[in-house]
Design a protein around this ligand. Structure first.
Ligand SMILES: Cc1ncc(COP(=O)(O)O)c(C=O)c1O
Length: 401
């Protein structure tokens, strides 16, 4: 008889954004005359830059010509893109090699799929609250998960503590949903912990392009020792508006070598090469061609114009909470503003309340973990007009509470 993977029974059945969409749909159906402003889902709204679009068109023209046409490409990505990633890292202050770069269709797939490489008996350490993919993909594999509390007291950047045990450690910095980032010194402590305990850090840098203050590293590989204990995931989704175009990159250093139970040395880089060669056939050539142009100096300069636009939105939102004396995190090195619900309200109640009273949609912190129960996430990815209108409504609303 067929046996299904019953670990799926342990998943939270209500996917956060489906529940948000359901409640918004019910409200708009009942109140068609009340326009809703959505500052909930972390999707970008600005179109791709000219540099990216020109390269996409050029890539298409290559496919129209027998001399430049491309069929199956290398599963790990074309060398021209792997080298463009190396160059981008160099400009950000981290040295990596092209054969340590793996091109994928995004950081979501890789942060989930990487779990294929690890044995079932590892203890996985996941911050609470955080991007739900880490929790769900390890739950699907039936792995033992320990949560580490991220909260107001530790500025949403929890640190290793005496007696902590973890084989695999997820770190997301700048963090989704809290917007909090680890400084170089803090990250060095995690690297030292991982080196001392033979653990592996899975570092998600999906929002690195929002970092503007130098104390926060863009990459964990800016930290000494990280190449012996960390994998980094990143993506063009937020950097360059590729959420629909799809392209990410994962850095697996060749120094990452662990002992197998039979005494042989296993290279994580070789294992991932093998895994991807077996289960993945690469990202479309056209997308990779455009991604390489996007990561060039001019490409990134154009992306920064969009990022600065979003960051201005973030400042407008943050200023409102500043003025109202409401505790918030993020908003400077991140597109997210994470604030404490007024009167200690439960975040789903606050969500319903905001929707009903002022028709502004955000994301209830409870959807990211129990430490998010009384927090709320707004994103800076909306249009300026919508952001200003939402902030006006929120400001008046907070005055009434
Ligand atoms: C922390 C984090 N990692 C990864 C992703 C997924 O990125 P991608 O679009 O590259 O799959 C997201 C998307 O919102 C995210 O918030």
């Amino acid at each position: 008889m067929l046996q299904l993977n019953e670990n799926y029974l342990n998943l939270n059945q209500n996917y956060l954004f489906s529940e948000v969409a359901k409640r918004v749909a019910a409200y708009t159906e009942a109140n068609p005359d009340k326009p809703v402003i959505r500052l909930g889902i972390g999707d970008v709204t600005k179109p791709l830059t000219k540099k990216t679009i020109d390269a996409l068109n050029e890539g298409v023209s290559h496919m129209a010509n027998a001399e430049t046409f491309k069929g199956y490409g290398p599963e790990q990505g074309y060398m021209f893109l792997r080298e463009a990633v190396v160059d981008y890292y160099k400009r950000n202050g981290a040295e990596i090699d092209a054969d340590e770069v793996f091109i994928s269709d995004g950081a979501k797939s890789d942060t989930g799929n990487i779990t294929d490489l690890f044995g079932p008996d590892n203890t996985v350490l996941i911050p609470d609250p955080v991007y739900p993919v880490y929790m769900d993909s390890n739950t699907m594999n039936g792995r033992h998960i320990e949560l580490i509390d991220a909260n107001k007291q530790n500025g949403f950047t929890p640190m290793p503590y005496e007696g902590l045990k973890a084989d695999i450690i997820y770190i997301c910095s700048p963090n989704n949903p809290t917007g909090a980032s680890y400084t170089r010194d803090q990250l060095k402590k995690w690297v030292d912990f991982a080196l001392a305990n033979n653990s592996l850090i899975l570092f998600d840098a999906a929002y690195e392009c929002f970092i503007e203050e130098d104390v926060y590293p863009h990459s964990i590989f800016e930290i000494e020792g990280a190449k012996k204990c960390a994998i980094e995931f990143c993506s063009l989704s937020k950097t360059a508006g590729f959420t629909g175009t799809r392209c990410g990159y994962t850095i697996i250093p060749k120094d990452l070598v662990f002992d197998a139970s039979n005494g042989t040395k296993l290279s994580v880089n070789s294992m991932w090469t093998r895994r991807q060669s077996t289960k993945f056939n690469g990202v479309p050539y056209i997308v990779q061609y455009a991604a390489a142009a996007t990561l060039s100096e001019e490409g990134i300069r154009q992306c920064k114009e969009n990022i600065n636009y979003y960051k201005e939105n973030a400042k407008i939102i943050a200023k409102c909470f500043e003025e109202k004396g409401i505790t918030y995190f993020g908003g400077i090195n991140s597109p997210y503003i994470w604030f404490e619900c007024p009167n200690n309200m439960y975040s789903w109640d606050f969500f319903d309340f905001m929707l009903k009273e002022i028709q502004v949609v955000g994301t209830p912190g409870a959807g990211f973990g129990k430490n998010g129960d009384n927090f709320f996430r707004l994103t800076a990815f909306g249009s300026r007009e919508n952001t200003i209108e939402a902030v006006k409504r929120i400001s008046e609303f907070l005055d009434r509470l």
